[in-house]
Design a protein around this ligand. Structure first.
Ligand code: PMP
Length: 416
């Protein structure tokens, strides 16, 4: 579920005599087997045998601090959230077995949408089965034939896939470059429909977008704006509504996309909007119509979590402290980070190459620390990253412990 610049579909370089459709994956299979042959633990096959809390799990028999989840607000073990899920299982059963437009809308789905409308102070909310599907559905449905989608080149895979699913013209621009966005908008033929797609936080480097300026430019050129706030919900902004709220431009955003799989602590996706005709989406958006709705226990946990996140001010403040301490500490140790200042709960440590990145990842795991190893094509500019994502439930002491682990591992691998 990682961000991807341009989804690089593997291409068959030459037709194979066998006709084996899998031969296009040979280069990737070789890269993986070479990496594993070097003796490192498989970074993409970690199993959590036990999950003890939002910040601790047992991995390979070892008690491990989790610094590579999207559990930003630590809601997965919230007692009220868990109770809501259990009650819904008891009262509504394990699943809906149907689409939202047939037999798949229960009271819980409506309550979840009510919670979202209140959380964002918006008129409409539509819950999807994942955030991936929310982007896929909304983008491909609202931008049709003859319309233009202008999007940041570092957009998440689900945004690119939403573009592929629809029939609009796709116009990418350089990451976070306001002038490049304006230049693209100027070139679009007069009268064509335009959708600008941005993210609040870009999840690979943890940097935020200059939304205020970008939205102003978009509006000046008559474009509608969609912002994916997957990594900011619950944390960034006075009410946790995201980067657009923080920069004072949420009123100018036409569509906010979000997910339940990060701060909310369960699974699901959504779109909120003030567009007066928004409800028609429920009939025309294929990734909403042609899939089963979320289980009752999932929407019950989501609604409870969203309502609690409205009052998460203290947790937000502590999470900012954690992000600043980790960012400052890693900089002081001599690591190269994705941003010069902490901008979100994601702190990306740039590795010199995949080999040393994998070695560092493994050294940290042996220290008892799980971080995320990210590599091309999921990363921008071919970077190998150790992505650290903090949680409001990490204690200040835990963050100090984490810095000690980075120091030992970094010296052992020869990165600092
Ligand atoms: N948008 C962004 C920016 C994301 O990072 C992700 C997930 N990593 C998604 C959308 C998809 O969310 P979900 O996990 O709910 O499918």
């Amino acid at each position: 579920s990682e961000g991807i610049s341009q989804p690089d579909a593997p291409v068959a370089l030459e037709a194979t005599e066998s006709g084996d459709l899998f031969s296009k994956f040979d280069p990737l299979i070789k890269q993986r087997s070479d990496l594993l042959a070097s003796g490192v633990e498989d970074p993409f096959n970690l199993v959590m045998e036990k999950v003890l809390s939002p910040t601790r799990a047992v991995c390979n028999g070892r008690d491990t601090i989790l610094l590579g989840t999207y559990n930003y607000m630590g809601m997965t073990f919230d007692p009220d959230v868990i109770q809501a899920g259990k009650d819904a299982l008891d009262n509504y059963g394990s699943g809906t077995t149907g689409s939202r437009v047939l037999n798949g809308t229960y009271q819980g789905h409506k309550e979840c949408e009510e919670a979202l409308k209140e959380f964002y102070a918006m008129d409409h909310a539509m819950v999807f089965s994942t955030g991936y599907q929310a982007n896929l559905g909304i983008i491909s449905t609202i931008a049709g034939k003859g319309d233009y989608i202008v999007l940041d080149i570092d957009s998440h895979a689900s945004i690119w896939d939403g573009c592929s699913l629809g029939n609009a013209e796709i116009v990418p621009f350089r990451h976070n470059d306001i002038e490049a966005l304006e230049k693209r908008l100027k070139r679009i033929p007069e009268g064509a429909g335009k959708l600008v797609v941005l993210e609040g936080v870009y999840s690979m480097l943890g940097d935020i977008a200059p939304l205020k300026e970008m939205i102003a430019v978009s509006k000046a050129h008559g474009a509608m704006v969609l912002v994916d706030e997957a990594h900011s919900m619950g944390f960034i902004g006075p009410n946790g509504r995201g980067v657009a709220e923080d920069q004072g431009c949420l009123d100018d955003v036409d569509f906010v996309i979000g997910t339940f799989s990060k701060s909310v602590g369960t699974v699901g996706g959504f779109c909120v909007s003030n567009h007066p005709k928004f409800e028609i989406m429920r009939l025309v958006c294929r990734p909403y119509v042609f899939t089963a709705s979320l289980p009752p226990s999932v929407v019950a946990t989501a609604a409870t979590s969203i309502r609690k996140l409205m009052h998460g001010g203290n947790k937000r403040a502590h999470l900012w402290e954690n992000s600043k301490t980790l960012h400052g500490g890693l900089t002081k140790l001599g690591f190269t980070l994705g941003t010069t200042e902490p901008q979100s709960a994601i702190v990306a440590v740039i590795m010199p190459d995949l080999q040393r990145g994998a070695a560092m990842w493994e050294a940290l795991l042996k220290e008892g620390l799980y971080v995320n190893l990210a590599r091309p094509p999921a990363t921008p500019a071919n970077m190998t990253l150790l992505r650290c994502s903090l949680c409001a439930e990490h204690s200040a002491e835990e963050v100090e412990t984490i810095l000690g682990m980075f120091e030992r591992a970094g010296k052992a691998v020869g990165i600092i």
